[in-house]
Ligand binder design. Structure first.
Ligand code: G6P
Length: 367
């Protein structure tokens, strides 16, 4: 029954709307609500010995990995090396003894990622796998299997698998931080509490579906779209651009907000919508000044932020989308929703094949 479209027009749309449920499902197997601790399933491996993490993935899974790098480094103070699977083996990566190599994949079958996994295994790394298909090759070859419980994902462009990957990675990063003595009991409880708020916040984000659908008409005529974000929300800018390219065939680029002035600002004119992902917080001011740089060149800014952020900087934007006020840890999960919905509705306006975009495959099994 879970692979029927039900009342939805497309699988992708259904999968976007399933996120509160599947993220809650996924979190429930990593968080113990009773004592507010993070508990990984079936773990007979001492994470406290891990001094370096190598993460390898492709596509949307790579952007989940990119968010996780911020978390592993910030919470657990463990350095992370990150690569596209297709680049990884050929650059002769340095793999230290006792390292954890982490592979993130919805399908568990992506050829480049699987080849990278086997390379790391041969080099004696401990193999951790975050995967949505429990019977996949990657799941079978893992030392440490960390499943996402997103259920079957049919839309070629990944959505619910991504937010579930983020949920698992946030739990893993917190668990590692505890094991490393970087997070005490009360901080762990804080984190668990905020992660458990994620499903309700995803629902609040989904409530803006109609606003985003009307906004899609402003974006659909564009030839180029720029997405900006900072810190752990920078990968969301990349993911937003990827989603738009994949299903609406509009050229889009994601950039770190502060890096825009080193190149993409040259592209800005009245024709280029700039989607800014910026929850309010310590770095918000800096992003606001990046928005001013865009506006001074006639750029059309769409601000995705919370109420405080929109009140402070929403004026002069062609549109704003209000997200709930969230803890920074769950912001990447929550801000995934508007970028997915925006790509979805733009594709609907353009009449493209949302679930089966041209030239793309659900799972790429050639290197
Ligand atoms: C393909 C899909 C993407 C996906 C990527 C990685 O390109 O179209 O949606 O993110 O593969 O797939 P994986 O199954 O390894 O996560």
């Amino acid at each position: 029954a879970s692979i029927e479209k039900g009342n939805y027009r497309h699988y992708m749309q259904k999968e976007i709307f399933e996120q509160p449920t599947v993220v809650a499902q996924t979190l429930s197997s990593y968080l113990r609500q009773a004592d507010e601790t993070v508990a990984l399933p079936q773990i007979d491996f001492d994470l406290s010995t891990v001094n370096r993490i190598t993460i390898v993935a492709c596509g949307t899974s790579y952007y989940a990995a990119m968010v996780a790098k911020y978390w592993f480094e910030q919470f657990a103070r463990v350095p992370v090396d990150l690569d596209f699977a297709s680049e990884f083996r050929y650059r002769e990566p340095v793999l230290e003894e006792g390292g954890l190599a982490l592979f993130i994949s919805q399908s568990g079958e992506t050829a480049d990622t699987l080849a990278a996994l086997r390379h790391c295994k041969a080099e004696g790394q401990t193999i951790g796998v975050v995967v949505n298909v429990p019977t996949s090759s990657m799941a079978r070859e893992a030392d440490l299997l960390l499943p996402t419980h997103a259920g079957p994902e049919i839309g070629v462009a990944s959505t619910k698998a991504f937010t579930c990957q983020l949920a698992v990675l946030a739990a893993l990063a917190s668990h590692l931080a505890v094991k490393k003595g970087r997070m005490d009991r009360s901080e762990e409880q804080e984190v668990v509490k905020h992660l458990l708020e994620a499903p309700a916040c995803l629902n609040a984000a989904l409530d803006h579906d109609d606003d985003i659908a009307s906004m899609a008409h402003l974006i659909a005529p564009a030839r180029d779209v720029l997405y900006l974000g900072r810190g752990p929300d920078f990968p969301l800018a990349l993911e937003g651009a990827l989603k738009l390219k994949e299903i609406s065939y509009i050229h889009a680029e994601g950039y770190a907000s502060g890096e825009m002035k080193h190149g993409p600002i040259a592209l800005i004119d009245e024709e280029v919508p700039v989607i800014v992902l910026a929850p309010s917080g310590p770095l918000f001011e800096k992003t606001v000044s990046n928005m001013h740089e865009v506006r001074a060149r006639g750029g059309q800014v769409v601000l995705i932020s919370d109420r405080a952020g929109i009140e402070e900087a929403g004026e002069g934007c062609i549109a704003t989308i209000e997200m709930p006020q969230v803890h920074p840890l769950i912001a990447p999960l929550v801000y995934a929703v508007p970028v997915q919905l925006l790509a979805y509705h733009v594709a609907c306006v353009k009449g493209t094949d949302v679930d089966q975009p041209r030239n793309l495959a659900k799972s790429v099994t050639v290197e």
